[in-house]
Ligand binder design. Structure first.
Ligand code: C2E
Ligand code: CA
Ligand code: CA
Ligand code: CA
Length: 276
């Protein structure tokens, strides 16, 4: 099954990079997927490294027909076609509803992190969309965290700063995803209302085997603490990486060591077993 998943992934990745013809087919398939409710969210826990408690989840998009294909393979096409706007809204609403459902079942309070594409910032009603979804679902704003990437800040548009400031004023948190992989100057950390830095998994991968990766991860953790930001390591796969991060005062961890992203029902079972 694992090998099949890999082939499937490669197949679709190639498919996207192939001829325009195939892109058109994929675009049509993605439109249908949205209409027919073929998207799904998987949830991956984040833990507090000091006490091991599950503090929140990241919502990750999945296509039911192609569960082993990473959204990284089709998100660029969703962005180019503008489909990311309705899909992104669906993701946000579904994620907030899921947390409310877990609250109703008396599961321990969980933060929900949702990935936002840069493209979503060029829609003029992003703020309205977020506040409408918070109202509709009744989710407390502080439980919502929006993960953005450095590319958003590289544009350095005043409008992006204004939107992020608006989001922050709603009480919603902003997390800088894949931190350290972009090219922007660090000064944006001062200008943008960021709550969390996520150390990119490419650095986490080498923290126990590569001195440079260890130095970079350590520097990001120190930087985050100096600026009073929360810091999360993603892609944590081994106990050694976990221990390094704990010793170096990283706040939270996320990765296969703790759990893979899971469908809602499986995540619930996983969480209950862990807390039992
Ligand atoms: P990301 O936001 O950096 O998410 C982390 C990716 O790493 C996820 O891949 C996750 O499944 C994977 N991962 C988690 N733990 C581990 C680990 O221990 N080892 C390894 N090797 N990988 C791990 P996924 O789900 O395939 O998503 C890929 C990217 O697609 C995401 O990267 C994000 O940029 C984007 N994405 C996913 N869902 C959404 C969405 O709803 N909206 C938008 N705009 N982008 C999304
Ligand atoms: Ca993310
Ligand atoms: Ca990431
Ligand atoms: Ca990434």
């Amino acid at each position: 099954a694992k090998a099949m998943g890999r082939n499937n992934y490669q197949f679709y990745t190639q498919e996207i990079n192939k001829k325009d013809n195939d892109r058109l087919t994929l675009e049509t398939d993605l439109r249908k997927a949205l209409d027919r409710d073929e998207f799904q969210l998987h949830f991956q826990p984040k833990i507090n490294l000091k006490n091991g408690k599950v503090v929140g989840v990241e919502a990750l998009l999945r296509w039911k027909n192609h569960p082993n294909v990473s959204p990284a393979a089709y998100i660029p096409l969703l962005e180019e076609t503008g489909l990311i706007i309705p899909v992104g809204e669906w993701v946000l609403r579904t994620a907030c509803n899921q947390i409310r459902a877990w609250q109703a079942e008396k599961l321990p309070a969980l933060h929900i992190a949702v990935n936002l594409s840069v493209r979503q910032f060029s829609q003029k009603d992003l703020i309205d969309t977020i506040s409408r979804i918070l109202n509709e679902t009744g989710l407390e704003p502080y439980l919502l965290e929006l993960e953005i990437t450095e590319s958003l800040l590289m544009d350095n548009k005043e409008s992006n700063i204004a939107i992020l400031t608006n989001i922050k004023n709603m009480g919603v948190r902003i997390s800088m995803d894949d931190f350290g992989t972009g090219y922007s100057s660090l000064s944006y950390l001062k200008r943008f209302p960021i709550h969390t830095l996520k150390i990119d998994q490419s650095f986490v991968k080498g923290i126990t085997t590569n001195a440079d990766d260890a130095a970079i991860a350590g520097a990001i953790i120190n930087l985050a603490h100096s600026l009073r930001l929360n810091v999360v390591a993603e892609g944590v796969e081994t106990q050694e990486q976990h221990d390094f991060l704990l010793q170096n005062d990283c706040n939270q961890a996320q990765g296969y060591l703790i759990s893979r992203p899971l469908p809602a029902a499986e995540f619930e079972t996983w969480l209950k077993a862990r807390n039992a």
